[in-house]
Design a protein around this ligand. Sequence first.
Ligand SMILES: [Ca+2]
Length: 500
Amino acid sequence: MLGGNGQETSQIVGHLIMPIFQGFILDQLPQVGSQIDHQINRHICYDDLGCFSTEAPFRSAQRPIVLLPDTPDKIRTTFELHTRSKPSTADEQILDYKNVSSIRASSFDGSKKTKIIIHGYTHNGHRQWLQNMARAFLKKEDMNVIIVDWGHGAVPPYTEAAANTRVVGAQVAKLISVMVSADQSGIDKFHLIGHSLGAHVAGYAGERLTHLPRISGLDPADPYFQGTDIKVRLDPTDADFVDVIHTDGSSILSLGMGAAQAMGHVDFYPNGGSEQPGCPAGLLSKITQTVWHSVSQLDLLAGEGSVACSHERSYIYYTESILATCPFMGYPCTSKDEFSKGRCLYCDGGCSYMGYNADKSTSRGSMYLSTQAAAPYCNFHYQLNITANNSMDGKLTVVLQGSKGNTDAISLTPNEEVLSNGNTMTKFFTTNKDIGNVTAVALRYDKTANLLLGWAYPNAWSLMGLSLLEAEKHRMDQFCAYGKSVQNHGATSFGMMGTC
Ligand SMILES: [Ca+2]
């Protein structure tokens, strides 16, 4: 019933969601009403972390329920250090900004880079993804990796967890300040990586520091942050360089956990930035579960299971990017649709690398790229241009031959179609295989199985020209296709021009 056209689906979805969303707010009000009464125009101060107010801009149209953060004693934030000499959680190196000796006695080396990883809603520091990212960092380079565990403050209700990010951000800033002022390190060594609500924690930390070099925001949380003042959310003023990956970015109506709004100097939208390949169809699975479990959809969506699949891909892509040789190249583009047609592969205005290497490019703005549905996710993007002097109807398959091997057979035509009637035909495709430098292009042609249609076409598809854009290498190659043909149910390999 819901599998119709997009407009119809979104209308039905909208009708389903609005009562749920309104119900969520109404459900929450009785629980927190007394707190709100007490907290209007109120603020609270926590030791050396400073004061937190519920006044504007924290009170806004995007934040119908504004709470003060919990006490640091309740949030119980810990900073767990991982280094090459003590790489695992079992080594138990907990840093305490109130106790400089905890830093000096640890294996922390201030002369090296420090990566600080911050989880989001309902997660804690022991989640496997944080450990995996820490391990990847340490394999890449000898550095300090600190995992921030604020799990006791990241529990439902979402509204309280969202408020708690302010305290955790202040604590992260405090730890960095102590490390710098105790001559343990320099501010230029620090890089914060935050997922979901953790991205905004990183923003609050960066706001308190002068010239924090970099924040990487991994699918920054949308509810209570998207569209708010820059003091409330992650934004480019929070660090010298802010790179953001959007993997579940949607409006509240479509129930994405991440924000689609650009929040960095460079924002990456893999696969369009809203739903990721290999993840269950988002809207319907989310709505079904929300209805059946009768709980707040915000609290449900950030929980375990497939509903957060796209949201979680942001840190999975990032972790892969730390050690991958595939560059996760992002291309400036105006929309997902334009990108999927292969129209943005020329790096007009400059491309950028998504993930770990984002700071190695000076390009800014919104970048698009595609990924695979399973690891390794990183894609190489290609555009094949074929000019033929007769039309054909059927299916086309390509294999790229390269210095390091060949790609699998890649279908360029999901369905049978009329191919090149004398004009140049362009096909966009990807592979996660690194084949090195392309040396030849092999094409296979299978004429339509429809005998009536097939009768009208010859058995040989005669080519005039063949070129391939290797997008990651910014390189266009010509192949020896002039005067050659591809036989029905046959494959022909075309060598690179110069070898004809
Ligand atoms: Ca900010």
